[in-house]
Design a protein around this ligand. Structure first.
Ligand SMILES: *[C@@H]1O[C@H](CO)[C@@H](O)[C@H](O)[C@H]1NC(C)=O
Ligand SMILES: *[C@@H]1O[C@H](CO)[C@@H](O)[C@H](O)[C@H]1NC(C)=O
Ligand SMILES: *[C@@H]1O[C@H](CO)[C@@H](O)[C@H](O)[C@H]1NC(C)=O
Ligand SMILES: *[C@@H]1O[C@H](CO)[C@@H](O)[C@H](O)[C@H]1NC(C)=O
Ligand SMILES: *[C@@H]1O[C@H](CO)[C@@H](O)[C@H](O)[C@H]1NC(C)=O
Length: 776
């Protein structure tokens, strides 16, 4: 088994960070907030296993043979190293966590060395497995990342690496690794193995369990008794009596009330709340701040309800106390010892700025505090009109329905010619909505016939999760692999799916394969030219879009090494090589108000700068890996991006909640906001099938093929976006209706019961569309 790129290099989850939960250790938080000038350090999302505990508790039906090494090393083998059985190690300091024995993978000289077991014939396709291992390391490093990987060879000899689990382990204790996997193909060989720590470090395994994943109980629909929509949970938000009653100072700072803040609600709050009384124009000034976390606070424990979506909104301002540089202001929630980001904004002048954010609790808190924080010590913080209210999503949906009718529909006059028309009846039925709706696919997901059916029934666009990334197509320098991308392109062509090319480059250092990272400047320049030339000449005319250099607001690998012009150069060259492809920028946390590094304003500036340098930008990609979507915040981002006059696409949409009803609602928010916004020209989901998505609890279809609540909501929206009309033909031979853009069937039944069927297309346009249909 040769070892190409590991999944760690090719299957990288996006690095999202919005509702990162931190311990509410305030002094610690204070330093985290100022470190590196960024209010949040990008902690990778930690996925939680919903199967692991069950798997650990049960362990019956384990398909691993000799899972606790009771029969020595039987059925296990070493992978490029030695494997030894132990009762204890390190002078008795290491003993098994359970049972009498454990093994070590020793004399490891490569990170991929470890211990493996062949599972061929014991794993079924299209069944979700839960995996639990007890492991640790021993050697000359104290901590390392341990990976549990599945190597699969398909009957057509295609190889696949599935990353089951990846966890930081130490030489101090045994830890539990948990994960899940699903095979869609027809494997001829399957091997599970441990790998990852640096050479010279032993991997120690106490047990491994792989069994059918426990069935998730279906989610209960959250019930809201009399939900307090649009009611501010903040007390004395307006400081009406000129005092700070209801507020307290977090830390040793001082709160005073002053006058001169805006009379109007911040726009995103106003968009949610509608007509609203004016603010008092009184604000809180926070002085004597000696730590960045100091600011005004309120306890809101009893006011928050689980599963409601709360919008956070405030005016904030700073006064530099000799400190220079941009300051970050964050509306935060401390909930049972965890920190939740309720929105943040960069402030570097004396103006009032809007904070807009959101959060949701999935269990009743025993302690919840709201506070505003962030600027460096010595900087005065001013806060006015803080609002936290449950968002009425249903009300917003009915508004969005009307908006969508305005921009996604067109008046149509069908003009019939022919004889015997009088008293004929007409039945118009839309077959497809032409709004681009796509999904991420992987080569192996196409081996699952049910996946393919859902995909081809419901989508008209696709994007490849990894198979076109540079780390996949050239894992080692000069070793090219376009096999999967070629096969996927053929598949998409056969099924009439247009394709986004994702991505030519990716600015995040962690996403770049090691040979590229190790190049010097001149070699990297050559490698970049080769990548552009090889990819874009090979696929000229085949990808409708390209993400040219992914996540340029978050990473700067190429720009850092090759200089300011390299990004525009990538666009210019790509445009020369494939002039018809629309070249996109693509980034995350643009639309949720949670990331000061990727606000719509910063994104717009980036696009304008690139254009200035001659980059032909054809579209704006908003990834859409969102946590708690609030319509007015998302649409505010679309409004701003829309000023560029370029199509905006949601390119990687996924929403995640263990509760399928909440997930369904979050998905509905995003789809409706996109469909109702004139700047948005397409939406691509980042997958829909359980365990074939990079994000947990985001799937629309369960591993066993069952369409869950989120999937049902998606299908019902698709249905809503198909028009139908029935009626009679006028004496002038006309039939008028208004319908969504797309393809239609029309059936005419004459008075003599003769039936004639025709098809027609409604394209975009302002004036009524006249379609002549000759019935002769
Ligand atoms: C497990 O090991 C035993 C003894 O070496 C061997 O007979 C058996 O075939 C192995 N099972 C598998 C599935 O490899
Ligand atoms: C660990 O041991 C290996 C092999 O003996 C050696 O190559 C490596 O440099 C050591 N690493 C550290 C961090 O000491
Ligand atoms: C607050 O800061 C001012 C100016 O630095 C100082 O004069 C005052 O004593 C401080 N007040 C308190 C209560 O620390
Ligand atoms: C039109 O159709 C209706 C219902 O089928 C029928 O009652 C009527 O006589 C028809 N009129 C003509 C002019 O054919
Ligand atoms: C960069 O690397 C290449 C290939 O290893 C080498 O030939 C070249 O001399 C290096 N250039 C510099 C400036 O170090």
């Amino acid at each position: 088994m040769a070892r190409p790129t590991s999944m760690a290099e090719t299957k990288l989850p996006f690095s999202a960070l919005s509702v990162v939960l931190l311990s509410l250790l305030l002094p610690f938080l204070g330093s985290a907030l100022t470190a590196g000038g960024s209010i949040l350090s990008p902690f990778p999302r930690q996925y939680q296993s919903k199967y692991g505990e069950v798997a650990a508790a049960v362990g019956a039906n384990n398909i691993i043979l000799n899972p606790r090494f009771e029969d020595g090393l039987k059925n296990w083998s070493a992978k490029g190293c030695r494997v030894e059985l132990h009762e204890s190690m390190a002078d008795g300091k290491i003993v098994p966590q359970s049972g009498k024995l454990f093994v070590s993978a020793t004399d490891r000289t490569e990170t991929w060395n470890g211990i493996e077991q062949e599972l061929t014939g014991r794993v079924q396709r299209e069944v979700a497995y839960g995996v639990t291992a007890i492991a640790r390391i021993y050697g000359n490093v104290t901590a390392a990342t341990l990976q549990l990987t599945l190597w699969v060879q398909e009957q057509d000899r295609r190889e696949e690496y599935i990353s089951i689990a990846s966890l930081q382990v130490t030489d101090k204790d045994w830890v539990q690794l948990q994960g899940e996997f699903l095979l869609n193909g027809f494997p001829s060989r399957v091997i599970i193995y441990f790998e990852g720590p640096p050479a010279g470090t032993d991997i120690l395994i106490n047990s491994l369990i792989v069994q059918h994943a426990a069935k998730m109980p279906s989610s209960a629909r959250p019930v809201f008794q009399d939900p307090p929509f649009d009611v501010n949970v903040i007390e004395n938000s307006n400081l009406d009596d000129g005092t700070t009653a209801g507020w307290f100072a977090l830390g040793n700072c001082l709160l005073t009330v002053e006058r001169g803040s805006p009379y109007v609600l911040p726009p995103m709050a106003r968009d949610s709340l509608g007509p609203h009384e004016s603010l008092s124009s009184q604000y809180m000034r926070v002085t004597n701040r000696t730590e960045s976390w100091m600011g005004p606070a309120q306890i809101v424990t009893d006011k928050l309800r689980v599963y409601l979506t709360y919008q956070v909104s405030a005016w904030v301002r700073i006064s530099h106390g000799g400190t220079t540089g941009p300051q970050f202001v964050n509306a935060a929630l401390g909930v049972d010892g965890q920190w939740i980001n309720g929105g943040e904004v960069e402030v570097n002048d004396g103006n009032w700025h809007e904070i807009g954010g959101s959060f949701r609790l999935e269990k009743q808190p025993s302690n919840a505090m709201v506070y505003v924080q962030g600027p460096a010590s010595g900087v005065d913080l001013m806060v006015a009109g803080l609002q936290i209210f449950a968002v009425n999503r249903k009300a917003r949906f009915s508004y969005l329905r009307k908006q969508a009718d305005k921009i996604r529909k067109r008046d149509v006059v069908l003009k019939f010619s022919g004889s015997g028309l009088s008293n004929s009846s007409v039945s118009v039925k839309q077959m497809q909505n032409s709004f681009p709706l796509g999904s991420c696919i992987t080569r192996t997901s196409l081996d699952n016939e049910n996946f393919v059916k859902f995909l081809t029934d419901n989508f008209n666009w696709a994007v490849f999760e990894n198979e076109m990334k540079w780390s996949w197509t050239e894992p080692q320098q000069g070793t090219f692999n376009y096999k999967e991308a070629d096969e996927m392109l053929d598949f998409c062509k056969t099924h009439n799916l247009k394709v986004r090319g994702h991505c030519i480059f990716w600015e995040m250092e962690y996403a770049i394969q090691s040979w590229v990272r190790s190049l010097n400047e001149s070699s990297l320049t050559n490698a970049v030219e080769n990548r552009l030339y090889n990819l874009l000449t090979r696929y000229k005319g085949k990808f409708d879009h390209y993400d040219v250099n992914n996540e340029m607001l978050h990473g700067s690998f190429y720009q850092g090494r090759l200089g300011y012009d390299i990004r525009a150069h990538m666009f210019r060259t790509a445009h020369q090589l494939d002039p018809l492809a629309a070249l996109f920028v693509n980034d995350y946390h643009i639309e949720d108000g949670s990331d000061v590094g990727s606000t719509p304003e910063k994104y717009i500036k980036q696009v304008l700068d690139l254009r200035e340098q001659g980059a032909q930008i054809g579209g704006i990609g908003v990834q859409g890996h969102i946590e708690v979507p609030v319509g007015s915040i998302v649409s505010s981002a679309f409004d701003k991006l829309g000023t560029l006059g370029l199509p905006v696409w949601i390119t990687e949409l996924d929403v995640s909640s263990a509760n399928e009803f909440i997930r369904a609602e979050d998905l509905e928010v995003m789809l409706r906001e996109a469909f109702a916004h004139p700047a948005v020209e397409g939406v691509v989901l980042w997958g829909f099938w359980e365990l074939y998505m990079s994000r947990k609890n985001a799937h629309l279809v369960n591993a066993n093929g069952k369409i869950n609540q989120a999937g049902k909501r998606f299908l019902s929206l698709k249905k809503e976006w198909l028009s139908q009309a029935n009626g009679g033909i006028t004496e002038q031979g006309e039939f008028k209706f208004r319908g969504f853009h797309g393809t239609y069937d029309v059936e005419i039944v004459s008075s003599s019961s003769q039936r004639i069927s025709k098809t027609f297309i409604i394209d975009k346009g302002y004036s009524p569309l006249v379609v002549s249909i000759d019935l002769m």
